[in-house]
Design a protein around this ligand. Structure first.
Ligand code: HXC
Length: 287
């Protein structure tokens, strides 16, 4: 993929990526570091964090991994204090850590609901508030990017707590864009469509159903997203290239959601010439 960002575009920034040990978080953290940022990744398990840090340092970047469960507000506060002690003031936050599983909503237990809501919604709030407090006091602004999902807007069957929590994250983004924008703090959210990563896919793609192919067919661009493509958008949103964007929710799904909604979109499944012939026949019939 062509790389046209300035190689130092994030130089001077200290970016925190929650859930940065695996999947999309790791891809973003690695990309930010390759473009000059100091990166701190957090997650519950130390081993994946070490892997990310090794990867980044192996390419000459600066990274730290500090275990933290974002569901725990005290742990989050300790995490930011430690991150700043190690690599200086945090200037950018990516709320990426997410919990999810497929379940019939009537069967979800209170603990199951908590596990998802507390990670996605409470965790994003705790981290955002920890940064916001610092940035307001320092009067230097800052940028938050929250990774939501397409169904934060549409809702979705069988992932109810995820949909509820991601909708809340988008509401937080829009609310704080107004409240903290006055202090130069920008907040935006992205709604990725399917970006197959091991963690998410193993929980969200039922085995033996060939759903993967069906999912792919629903996407006008005919393929899933690549982690690097999300990382590119994240770089843009964290950098001054997007300096006037505040409170946005950007769907990033190859057109999947819109394709599912348009009344006549299913005609795109037919060969182009066949559909044109049908339209001609209808027109002739009318004339
Ligand atoms: C029903 C489940 C469950 C499942 C866990 N629980 N998995 N209930 N179905 N598959 C219930 C447990 O029974 C328990 O409730 C409660 O959740 C807590 O479970 P714990 O095992 O204690 O685990 P915990 O580690 O706290 O949380 C489990 C987890 C989490 C929610 C599954 O580990 C997780 O989400 N990991 C996945 C990380 C990940 O892949 N994130 C990417 C998401 S991608 P009881 O009542 O029994 O005590 C995404 C975007 C999707 O969200 C977009 C797609 C296009």
């Amino acid at each position: 993929m062509q790389d046209s960002f300035h190689p130092e575009i994030l130089s001077g920034e200290h970016v925190v990526v929650t859930g940065g040990g695996t999947g999309l978080g790791k891809a973003m953290a690695t990309r930010f570091a390759s473009l000059g940022a100091r990166v701190t990744v957090c997650g519950r398990r130390p081993e994946p964090l070490d892997d990310t840090v090794d990867d980044i340092e192996g390419r000459g970047g600066a990274a730290e991994g500090i275990p933290c469960n974002v569901r725990d507000p005290e742990a989050v506060e300790d995490f930011f204090a430690e991150a700043e002690e190690r690599q200086g003031n945090v200037t950018r936050l990516v709320n990426n850590a997410a919990a999810n599983f497929l379940a019939a909503s009537e069967d979800i237990s209170p603990n199951g609901f908590d596990a998802i809501i507390k990670t996605n919604l409470y965790g994003s709030f705790y981290c955002t508030q920890a940064c916001g407090r610092r940035w307001l006091e320092r009067e230097q602004g800052g940028v938050v990017l929250s990774i939501a999902t397409t169904y934060a807007e549409t809702g979705s069957a069988f992932v109810l707590p995820s949909a509820m929590s991601k909708a809340g994250v988008v509401a937080m983004t829009k609310s704080l864009a107004a409240e903290w924008g006055t202090a130069g703090i920008r907040l935006n959210a992205v709604g990725p469509g399917p970006f197959p990563t091991e963690g998410a896919w193993s929980r969200l793609s039922p085995p033996g159903m060939d759903l993967e192919e069906q999912m792919r067919e629903r996407i006008p661009l005919g393929r899933f997203g690549e982690p690097e493509e999300l990382a590119n958008l994240a770089v843009f949103l964290l950098s001054d290239l997007s300096s006037y964007m505040n409170g946005a929710f950007l769907t990033y799904d190859g057109g999947e959601v819109l394709a599912a909604g348009g009344q006549f979109n299913q005609f795109t499944q037919l060969p182009r010439e066949q559909i044109k012939d049908l339209f001609e026949q209808m027109r002739d019939g009318d004339g």
